[in-house]
Design a protein around this ligand. Sequence first.
Ligand SMILES: [Zn+2]
Length: 302
Amino acid sequence: MKLAVRSLLAAALISASASAALAQTPATPPAASAPRPPLVVKPVKPGLFMIVGAGGNTTVRVTDDGIVLVDSKNPGQPIYDEIVADVHTISPKPIKYLVDTHIHADHTGNNGRFEAAGVKVVGQQNIPTELAKFVPPANNPTLQAPAAPNVTYDKTYEIKLGGKTVKLNHFANGHTNGDTVVYFPGLKVVSMGDELVAVTPNCDYGGGGSITGWLSSLDQTLKLDWDMAIPGHGDNPLTKADMKAFRDKWATFLDRAKAAVKAGATKDRLVAAIKTDDLWTFNPNAWTGARLDGLYAEAGGK
Ligand SMILES: [Zn+2]
């Protein structure tokens, strides 16, 4: 199975009980019978809002010439319509840009609808490459890959709109190989996608992720001048101290994995050999396939 295929498949395979711990993995839309709570708009700073619910968080940056969004939640016309309606309660200006923080469908689900509405969708250049490998899972054969961004970049990209600047950075392959850290220098805010979450993090090794790269990306982000971070999942903005603590927990996790391999842990015993109760609650069933292969390799396993 190819890389992104596995990552995109994960959603369909994760049970309802496991999905809470892995909320930042790609998600399929909720079943029609499950009532979805309305999205919640939260002011973060003057001119910047977050919209919580139905997948990853959406960031809304308002300028005099239009709106820049970051991430578009789970796929679905009702979710798209609600995002647009919520944005228009904030500002009557048109949505001009949508940034993808990474490939997962709970962040890119409505790319195609925004593109059809004339929005420029910007993402790191590995996203279309990975999307091209998509095949629907056997248990959800009608599932479609999100539309690819219609503007791509390699390392950095700058959006200038209404006198405001939004800086996109692909610092390293972290949560996936197509991560973007979005920096709003005028407001001292960063929007992190799943490189920063208020739930158990998940490194998508099948999608080219790496904890080592992830730590590098967070370290480079921590050097920027900001004081509020929008997490990919979690109901509220986080601080620089929160990000530093998150980074240190991931570093501890990787150090312990390396120590376990050095002490002789085999691949199938690796996750059980890592102490995690002071870090996050990991679902052991989540560590299979490419995810386990990737962790074992990154920890020095051969
Ligand atoms: Zn994700």
